[in-house]
Design a protein around this ligand. Sequence first.
Ligand code: AMP
Ligand code: MG
Length: 361
Amino acid sequence: MKRKNMAVASLALLLTITGCTNQSISQSDTASFTESASQEKTGQEAASQEVAKRDIFAMDTYMTISVFGENGEQAADAAETEILRLDALLSTGDEDSEISALNRQGGGSLSEDASVLMERSLEIAKSTNGAFNPAIYPLMELWGFPSGSYHVPDEAELAEAKARTDMNLLSYDAASKALSFGREDMAIDFGGIAKGYTSSRIMEIFREQGIESAMINLGGNVQVLGNKPDGSAWRVAIQSPDEETQYLGILEISDKAVITSGGYERYFEEDGVRYHHIIDPATGRPANSGLTSVTIVSSDGTLADGLSTSLFIMGRDEAIAYWRAHRDEFDAILLDENQKLWITENIADLFSSDLETEVIR
Ligand code: AMP
Ligand code: MG
């Protein structure tokens, strides 16, 4: 058995390209950009390209923040404070978090952040026909992901836990922000959406502080503000599920969240079988849809995160149908088990990859 989310997260640190101009990606490229941005430029240009950086471990993953221009240090501090605040509020593993308290008490009155997450989760759950399920926690616990005491359940155990993830038993009143569980052994988990919500919140903070150029990477989930300081688009490397390949391709993008879900992020192995952390609510088992990675690109980070999890569960054909019905809201890059990429047409020209790629129209 192994748990490898830490290793993957540190790889993700190397994979976000903040400014290199060629396709080769390495830690030194990232570093050299930072140096050239802060050392080679002079006068006003240098001031506008000054970068404030933070490396943080939170939400069980490594995160980096890069903020450019005036007020960057102050904005980076505010981003760090926001990450720690939301981590303390939303963590299912922290007994003192709001979510843990709600789960212990069988519901309660939600904070502003939790209410936004609940509303967005229910919205995404509805539109994805229940692929996204914020009440998934009993199944996460059954498989042992929160504790690390992994366990492959039998049919009876699966049926029992599945009954406790029935979303029809959740009642939520948006006006009073009151959540109640139809049975007390239910539990919610915003793990499928929390990082996207966090990156969206940080972008709001940056905008309020007058920041025009920034990039954050929350364990491989990237959101960028504006363009790079030199005015060109950000170049974001899409993480590969395969340890041999460094990245799937490069996406050139401005003002967007680029959020990836894959079974490789957290898993254990037993008797040669790999069991990962994205659970198909219909079966109670790790999703086995034929997709190995799903990246969602959207200006709405919360949506991008919710949909990366959902489309990974749906599989290629259903994911494509979903995109066709919601094409104004997001774009997607899907990787199937034959190492073939599928990319929606609006971003196809912004993406470069060595892999065979088919455009979804
Ligand atoms: P992500 O990396 O965004 O795909 O999120 C994976 C996390 O979402 C898991 O670690 C769980 O906390 C949670 N999760 C797993 N399955 C589901 C599901 N079907 N719906 C909503 N959240 C899920
Ligand atoms: Mg997600």
